[in-house]
Design a protein around this ligand. Sequence first.
Ligand code: GDP
Length: 194
Amino acid sequence: MKVHHAEIVISAVSPEQYPKTQIPEIALAGRSNVGKSSFINTLIDRKGLARTSSKPGKTQTLNFYLIEESLHFVDVPGYGYAKVSKTERAKWGQMIETYLTEREQLKAVVSVIDMRHDPTVDDIQMYEFLKYYQIPVIVVATKADKIPRGKWNKHESAIKKKLNFDPEDDFIVFSSETRMGKEQAWEAIEAYLG
Ligand code: GDP
């Protein structure tokens, strides 16, 4: 998709604020600092629309970005942020779970993980959660530029094994630095827009 227009429409703190349109939504999940904002900005060719923040996970809102009047990217703030209280985390988890399991407009979730390392417990739980609820998932392994090309296969296999990856899902080797994987990511997303 060639993006000419992208804007944030709402940072929602509660479901009443979610857009009341039928525009299809693609949610983006990942731990703080994994490169989720950079992924969004790379896909829409903007430097700073999605916030690449130095205080990861601080604002616990669902951010809806309208793309080309035809799709919403929904940025789900990074999980695994240590500095929120248990109560906050639980409340937050509930809001995300409800969104992911009940939102009719949601077509697929992009799960952004760091290609350099094994997936975290949170990454694995998120993947299992999405599989359990049969929510289509696109795994984006980002920061590939930080690994020598000759090691990509090894990292990909290790991640897939840890995730118990379903071969029917998309797995995209990605880098916001080099923009590799951008077209493949768009193809995977567009396939879910119907
Ligand atoms: P978020 O918290 O998941 O939204 O993460 P950000 O997009 O803010 O990225 C966190 C840090 O990782 C920033 O310093 C980015 O510049 C860096 N980063 C993100 N994606 C990549 C990538 O593909 N390659 C490299 N080398 N750095 C990246």
